[in-house]
Every structure is written in structure tokens, then in C-alpha cells.
Design a protein around this ligand. Structure first.
Ligand code: CA
Length: 224
């Protein structure tokens, strides 16, 4: 397992490296967020340990940029403060785990190992159409780096469409898969929900992804 450690305090970085190497990890170190971004995009790491407080580009910003570039390498954030807000902010930015300083090296090693397992299993759980992604584990949608909140029903509808990008989904098929109806309730339920979904995933963006196919249904796809 190959890990990137991003920490500007050289002593701390060195402690972390030694602890991880002792457990058989291959470890690379860098000391700022910009460098971390470059290295993470160039090398397929199994995990990244990222301090939040970094000179220049901080850890949270580096993480956001990484996710915006569709890099899904699992990230463990390190923070000097254990504040709930920062933890939430970190997880919203796309972190997989969070550890407050000071921490026991044994705990860090255990969490990095868990990070590797998560990374190995999570690659196929994210559906992607253009810059729109949908995490089928957390049910979170993102367009670029914008996080989109979905209701449970909106999620099911978007997931159904995104599982077959480019294929036209008829209203009846949508009612069956998303609402579990095996009859047409004679309402415009589907159209209403499609409109809501469009408001969330397309309205603010130039490139539209959700398209109507007249009198048949809907399709999600990236058009040229
Ligand atoms: Ca630091």
C-alpha cells in the first residue's frame, strides 16, 4: 500500500513516515498543498494523510481541488483542533476520515489501513456522467465541486437514470423502478420530479445533462 503524507512540520511528517513504514507501507512525503495536488494526480496512491494547516494551499482546499478533478483517492485529514465544524467541513470536502492532533501513532496506522480497504472497495460505487457524480454509498451527488443535496426519491430517480447513461428511460419504467408502481397513476409525478432534479443538477450549469425525449421519457447523457 502506497501512502502520501502531506505535513509541513517536518518532525511530525517524519514520525508518521517511520510509523507507516514499520507497518510495511510505502510512504511519500510532501510539505505543502500545491505539491500534494501535483503528486496525487500523477501517482495512484492508495491513501493520503493530509494535514489541514499547510502553508499556501491548505489541506481542505487541496482536498476540494482533488475531488473536483475526480480523484477519489481516500483521504485522512489531520487537524490541530478537534472542532466539530472543521470535521464536518472536512467530510463535506470529500475526506474519508478525520483525526485530531495529538493522536497515537497506532491509531493513525489503523486508520490508514482502513482507508486502504475503503479505497479498494469503493471505486465502483460512484456513478459518473460528465462532471456529475453520484456516490451510491453516501447518496451524495456532486457536480464538479458543488455538492448537491437530494431527497431520498430524487436520489433513486437520479441513480436509476445514471445507471444507464445515454439510454432513454420511459416514464413507466421510471415509475416502476423509482416508485415501485406497476401501474400508471395517471399523474405527472415523474415530470414533477424530473423538473426538481433539473433545478438541482442542471439549472446552474451551462452544459445540460438531463434531457427529455418527447412523449417517451428521459435520458441522462453528456452532449458534445
Ligand atoms: Ca501543519
Amino acid at each position: 500500500m502506497r501512502v502520501l503524507v502531506v505535513e509541513d512540520e517536518k518532525k511530525t511528517a517524519s514520525f508518521i513516515r517511520k510509523a507507516l513504514q514499520a507497518e510495511g507501507f510505502a510512504v511519500d512525503i510532501c510539505y505543502n498543498g500545491t505539491e500534494a495536488l501535483t503528486m496525487a494526480m500523477a501517482t495512484p496512491f492508495d491513501g493520503i494523510v493530509m494535514d489541514i494547516m499547510l502553508p499556501g494551499l491548505d489541506g481542505l482546499s487541496a482536498l476540494r481541488q482533488l475531488r473536483a478533478r475526480r480523484n477519489t483517492t481516500p483521504v485522512l485529514l489531520l487537524s490541530a483542533r478537534g472542532e466539530v465544524n472543521e470535521r464536518v467541513e472536512g467530510l463535506n470536502a470529500g475526506a474519508d476520515d478525520y483525526l485530531s492532533k495529538p493522536f497515537a501513532l497506532a491509531e493513525l496506522v489503523a486508520r490508514v489501513r482502513a482507508l486502504g480497504r475503503r479505497g479498494a472497495g469503493s471505486k465502483s460505487t460512484v456513478l459518473q456522467v460528465g462532471e456529475l457524480s453520484l456516490d451510491t454509498v453516501t447518496h451524495q451527488a456532486r457536480r464538479g465541486e458543488v455538492v448537491i443535496e437530494l431527497t431520498a426519491r430524487e436520489y433513486r430517480l437520479l441513480e436509476f437514470l445514471m445507471r444507464s447513461p445515454g439510454r432513454v428511460c420511459g416514464r413507466m419504467a421510471i415509475l416502476e423502478k423509482v416508485w415501485d408502481y406497476d401501474f400508471d397513476p395517471g399523474t405527472n409525478l415523474v415530470d414533477v420530479y424530473i423538473r426538481r432534479l433539473r433545478e438541482k443538477i442542471d439549472a446552474e450549469f451551462d452544459k445540460k445533462l438531463l434531457h427529455s425525449v418527447r412523449s417517451i421519457g428521459y435520458v441522462i447523457k453528456e452532449t458534445a
